[in-house]
Design a protein around this ligand. Sequence first.
Ligand code: NAD
Length: 419
Amino acid sequence: MSDQNPFHIAQQQFDTAADLLGLHPNIRAVLRVPQRELTVNFPVKLDDGSTRMFTGYRVQHNLARGPVKGGIRYHPDVDLDEVRALAMWMTWKCALVNIPYGGAKGGVIVDPKQLSMGELERLTRRFATEISVLLGPERDIPAPDVGTNAQVMAWIMDTISMHRGYTVPAVITGKPINIGGSLGRVEATGRGVSLMVREVARHLGRDLAGLRVVVQGFGNVGSTAAALLAQMGCQVVGVADATSAYSCPAGLDLDALRTSSDRQTVGLLEGYSAPGCAHITGPALLELDCDVLIPAALGNQITEHNAGRIKAQFIVEGANGPTTPDADRILAERGVLVVPDILANAGGVIVSYFEWVQGLQEFFWDERDVNDKLERIIVGAFAQVWTLAQARQVPLRIAAYLLAVQRVADANITRGVYP
Ligand code: NAD
């Protein structure tokens, strides 16, 4: 089995781009590792009166293009190498869509579903305090990721504001609307994914109507992408979350399933039954007969073991790191197009950027404005990646990396080495 350590994978992807760009060894050495890493071990009082220790991380990969940006993940499998990889991918993602941020990521080793609301709040407030030495609107701005949601962001915003003695809305994005969140932020990542499906279909001369889509992961990203694609006329023929997977060859009734903006609905698919839908295994979902596969759960889902059996014509990566480099090679040989994570799921960070700008200016936009600006940026980035991929005859991931890594390298070189 090949190396599935996410940070090694992120470094391999970077090395491929650095080789093709002919990056100087000095700048290569800078970009290959995170700039700052903080590990925190901290106690949380549980409801039964006991105290439990938790471990969390905040990693800032590169600060050359601006303050760093990246989500906070609550999951039992979080580890430092995963957070490093996710932070590096954030650097490339922000550069690719040309927003003025570097990349960061955070995480706590915890299963949030095992905690009461009170425990989750105490864990969040203590973790926010532990990493507060790094945070600030002009320094490091977290956002939601797997296992966290708008409420968790509200607790982080409130905690930092209490420390400062005044309200600091721009220290975090993905907040509830009533405390400075942006309209359109909850749906932004899924909306970006759906726009990428539309763009690929357009470039391949495929009609969106009737395009058969399979979605793995039915949280914020997966459920929104599925709903928007259904609105565009696509047919969702398979869905899965951590609890269950379904094949629905005649199409799934999403209205019955659609999650609201409340991301506590993880696990919604458990026990679902509908005529024409069959219960299948999670791995089988990825190999269903379909036109588009959208991995929108966790990393390392498409590997050398199943890439040869994927039937989709193209894959749009809602999740971060769902495809290993070995799988990428197999898919490329088989002519399966992959819209890479750093482009496909960039809608979230783009609208997070809008939320941050609105918070700093204390001037809020309507939802159409947000969605229009999101579409312009992500479709523009897609066009650049597509054109470069055609010109260099490389997969979309490599083209995306060539653009992103060059921008970050240029920023570092222009600023120079301090002191
Ligand atoms: P979420 O917690 O809202 O949902 C995750 C979903 O994945 C849930 O439905 C969960 O049940 C499901 N899942 C977990 N393990 C699974 C498995 N083995 N098989 C099938 N489903 C499984 O998280 P999210 O915010 O939707 O994030 C999903 C992915 O998208 C992550 O990789 C995240 O890093 C990435 N992402 C999220 C955002 C964002 O704005 N939320 C932005 C960019 C990228």
